[in-house]
Structures are given as C-alpha cells and as structure tokens.
Design a protein around this ligand. Sequence first.
Ligand code: A2P
Length: 285
Amino acid sequence: MTEHRPVKDTENTAARATPTLPDTQIVTEVEHYTDRLFRFRCTRPPSLRFRSGEFVMIGLMGDPDPETGKQKPLMRAYSIASPAWDDALEFYSIKVPDGPLTSKLQHVRPGDAIILRPKPVGTLVHDALLPGKRLWLFATGTGIAPFASLLREPQTYEDYDEVILTHTCREVGELTYGAQLIDAIRQDEMLAELIGESFADKLRYYPTTTREKSPKMGRITDLMRSGEVFADLGVGPLAQDTDRAMVCGNLAFNLEIKAMLEDYGLREGANSNPAEYVVEKAFLD
Ligand code: A2P
C-alpha cells in the first residue's frame, strides 16, 4: 500500500520561494561573521564531482523585469570551500550592500533555494603544481575559500612536508572563519588517522591584519619583502626546487605577489602545464 504522508508546510517553503529549476539546491546552514562576511552550506547534487580548490557558478533568481515580469538567474563564480569528499557544499562570501547578487544572497536561510551549476573549474588544484616540499597558500579576504577546501583534503598533507596558510584581512573579525577552520583541522580525527597524528605539525597558519591592531600587522607582500614572515616561521625565502604556491585574493594583491613569486624563480602553472605556482581571483560582487 502506498503511504500518503502529509507534506509539512515548512518542507515546501524553499521549493515555492523560487520557480523550480533543474539546478536548485537547498541551504542547510548559515553563519555570519561580520557585517561584511558570512558562510553557508547547501545540499550537493549527487552528480557533482569536483577537485578540492575548484569553483562553480552559484546564484539566485533576479527581480522580475518591470516590463515583462520575467526573472533571470543572477550567477557568480564561487570557490567551493568544502573538500571534495564532503556530502554538502560550503561557500564563504562577502556581503556588498548594493552588490547585485550578495545583497540578496546574504539573506539566505536554511530551507531556501539557491541555483548551482554543477560544472566545476579552476586552477587552484594539486594537478596544476609540480611536486614540491612546502606549499604556500596566500589569501586575502574571501580568497581563503578555496584553501578551506584544500586544507581539509588529505592529499594536501600527503603531497607536502609543510603547508603554510597566510591570510591578510583588513580587520581582526575577518580572520575568524580561517582561525576556526585551522582549529577544527588540527583536531580532525579523519586527517589524523589518514596522515598520522603529526599531520597537524605540518600545518602553519600566518594571519595578518592591515587596518586593525592584531598580533601580526601588515600586508603579507610587505612582510615577505622585509623577510619578517620567513624569520617568524623559521623558513627560508621561496625557492623553485622546494616551494609551491597558490594565490587567491583581490586583483592588486594577486598581481603584486605573482611578480614576487616570479622573482623567487617560480613559474605559473596550469592544469595542462603544471609548474610552481597558480593564481585565481577571489570573487567580488
Ligand atoms: P590594505 O588594508 O592595506 O588595503 P580587501 O578587503 O580590500 O579585498 O583587502 C583584503 C586585504 O588585502 C587587506 O588587508 C588589504 O590591505 C590587502 N591588500 C590589498 N591590496 C594588496 C596588495 N597589493 N598586496 C598585499 N595586500 C593587499
């Protein structure tokens, strides 16, 4: 006998809120960090396969056209912040008050629908780098998102002796997501089991702020030029035979650090032509 279970009103709220589209996913968790930053998790399409560090297009339906009443999806590229093995997807986002997408996206709540195109791409992947001993992950602002994925990926610790995450933000509150992430990773039992208890010793974290007082202040680029970051971490400057780098931040930062990495002798890699560093622009609305 077929059981006809009564459908609870709350279960259909999300489906009714947005016209049904094939690429709809449901938000399961939302956390706000500052008035500029939040993260959310959503369901993962069973067919979606991706490599940790890649991005997808996500979005919401735009407002109806005043003349035709038609709605168009408003889509932007977002790095997937969760690792490839995770059942759900996580995204870390800026909130721009008049940003076309984030002015709306910042209000999503569990149960709401978002649109997700399941076509992952990107260069911040292990395949785009040649083997090395030390991996540098250089992030500013929401550019930490792809590294939140890679830092939860066992391969990151299998492939390298040392993994250094640098994160430069304007204010202290903008470091919270990364600080909590690092704490959680250091206590992660699955990683400890797979890589060994000492995996946490491989992970170094170097947060800096530029506009609010914190234990380490300054742009990471300036701290590299002065040698301070190398002295603090007890490592030498980057070298082509040992060091690999992934970069994700605002455009000015990406360009500046790219030139510095070239000066250290590292060459830019790609999926089709792996080398010593890779760069991607962090999403900005
Ligand atoms: P600053 O405060 O000196 O501009 P944003 O929030 O604007 O994306 O910036 C994130 C962080 O990136 C800020 O701490 C900012 O420092 C820093 N930043 C901006 N441009 C550069 C650059 N060219 N090199 C290094 N860091 C930069």
